[in-house]
Design a protein around this ligand. Structure first.
Ligand SMILES: Cc1cc2nc3c(=O)[nH]c(=O)nc-3n(C[C@H](O)[C@H](O)[C@H](O)COP(=O)(O)OP(=O)(O)OC[C@H]3O[C@@H](n4cnc5c(N)ncnc54)[C@H](O)[C@@H]3O)c2cc1C
Length: 408
């Protein structure tokens, strides 16, 4: 028999956004009853997977048990949400029960649509087919890179929006850097196939990236979408914007899978026409239901889908929800901040930080880190500081540099 539970705040998803938001809410209002609905046992620091694929991090350092991260004052409901019923302030769970709430925060991330490319699921993790977008497979990227001494290496990027839009090319740069250091780069034919019309969405960073594309002699194929992989023959098929198909052989292929909103979100009254949770892009409040907020990869807002964005969004959602609930005053506004540390070589990063409309939002003065140039300091930030900040500040509700400013 289904049972009904009632909480002040229910948070859907215990990923980067869910844990950070729960912590930020409970730091402000420890007396509220907060439940996190999350089916998974493990929580992943996904930004680390690029480093796993380049042999810099071990995979296990990017995973922690969910139980160790759920804030002590929150209740963990270990189940998946199957249906959202915002008109009745309720949701259904995979274990047959349902939950009621006063306020809802929706952050189940996005769906990696591995089946969106024919043959991808069957070959992932073998036959030279890899992806840093999967915890179990990212180490295989590094195996392939180390073993490739000559041949064809392909790197692909699907249509936007995707999480961390820089990650597909980061895999290319770090692989090519390894081949350069091993002295085999001249024997390896590198291609980047992307559905997008350019290398990166914000023009400011493109010249620095192009220098590395030239250095590694990588061929760029814009507006080409991966449609099929034949693992036995080692052939990838692409479709260009004119609807023409072309094939390329490969010795290794790094695939970034197509991405979309989770099915239960697409089916819910919270979704926009494309399936994402429709929010006011500044307050992150649902456009249709005023006691609902959303953040992270699942939202409709046109920011870069990154953990860096979540770090800025979580305190804003906490603040705005509590202001609506009468526990504080003043609304905060999100400026679209997101960041993409482009690992152009081992030890150097082009640090892209920008908000809505591609507005540059650097965190550091130019003399320290200038996003137009590769930076050693930015590498140290990614390799050492950011994982620490993620686990020890962001997920604990310590809002360093991202304290929301309230406006009444
Ligand atoms: C290869 C790679 C490289 C990246 N690099 C960077 C980077 O350098 N910098 C950066 O800032 N970001 C980077 N990111 C992006 C970053 O990891 C995401 O943007 C961030 O994790 C989004 O947080 P989220 O909470 O929205 O989603 P997630 O962290 O994915 O969490 C979603 C959670 O919701 C849960 N869930 C799913 N369905 C349900 C359901 N039905 N009911 C309840 N719970 C559910 C999931 O189990 C999961 O725990 C990278 C990502 C990848 C994959």
């Amino acid at each position: 028999m289904p049972t009904a539970n009632q909480y002040d705040v229910v948070i859907v998803g215990g990923g980067a956004a869910g844990i950070a938001t729960a912590s930020s809410i409970l730091r402000r209002a420890p007396n509220l009853s907060v439940a996190i609905v999350e089916p998974a046992d493990q929580h992943y620091y996904q930004p680390g997977w690029t480093m796993v694929g380049a042999g810099v991090f071990s995979a296990h350092t990017t995973a922690r048990s969910m139980a160790s991260l759920i804030p002590k004052l929150a209740t963990w409901v270990q189940a998946a949400v199957t249906t959202l019923d915002p008109s009745n302030h309720a949701l259904d769970l995979s274990n047959g029960s349902n939950i009621k709430y006063e306020y809802l925060v929706v952050c189940p991330g996005l769906k990696l649509n591995w089946s969106g490319v024919e043959g991808l699921e069957d070959n992932l993790g073998r036959n030279g087919v890899t992806s840093n977008y999967a915890y179990d497979v990212a180490p295989y990227t590094w195996d392939l890179v180390q073993n490739l001494k000559s041949g064809k290496a392909l790197f692909t990027q699907p249509p936007m929006p995707i999480k961390c839009a820089g990650a597909p090319q980061k895999a290319l740069y770090l692989s090519a850097d390894h081949w350069t250091r091993q002295g085999v780069i001249r024997n390896i034919d590198i291609s980047f196939y992307t559905s997008t019309p350019g290398l990166f969405g914000v023009a400011h960073y493109v010249p620095a990236l192009m220098k590395y594309i030239e250095k590694y002699d990588a061929a760029l194929h814009f507006q080409h979408t991966l449609t099929k992989i034949d693992g036995q023959l080692k052939v990838a098929t692409f479709k260009n914007n004119d609807g023409e198909f072309m094939e390329s052989e490969f010795d290794m292929i790094h695939v970034c899978p197509p991405q979309c909103a989770p099915e239960f979100i697409r089916q819910s009254p919270l979704a926009n026409a494309d399936g994402w949770v429709d929010v006011d892009q500044e307050t992150l409040q649902s456009t249709g239901f005023e006691n609902v907020w959303s953040l992270g990869d699942v939202i409709s807002a046109p920011n870069a889908k990154t953990a860096a964005a979540v770090r800025a969004q979580a305190p804003i959602v906490a603040n705005n929800l509590l202001a609506y609930a009468g526990h504080s005053s003043g609304i905060s506004h999100y400026d679209g901040y997101g960041s993409c540390p482009l690992t152009v070589e081992r030890g150097k990063i082009v640090l892209a930080e920008f908000g809505y409309g591609g507005k540059l939002l650097p965190s550091f003065p130019k003399w320290l880190i200038d996003g137009q140039y590769p930076s050693v300091l930015a590498w140290l930030l990614k390799a050492q500081a950011l994982p620490w900040i993620y686990w020890n500040a962001m997920l604990k509700g310590r809002e360093w540099l991202v304290k929301p400013k309230s406006q009444s």
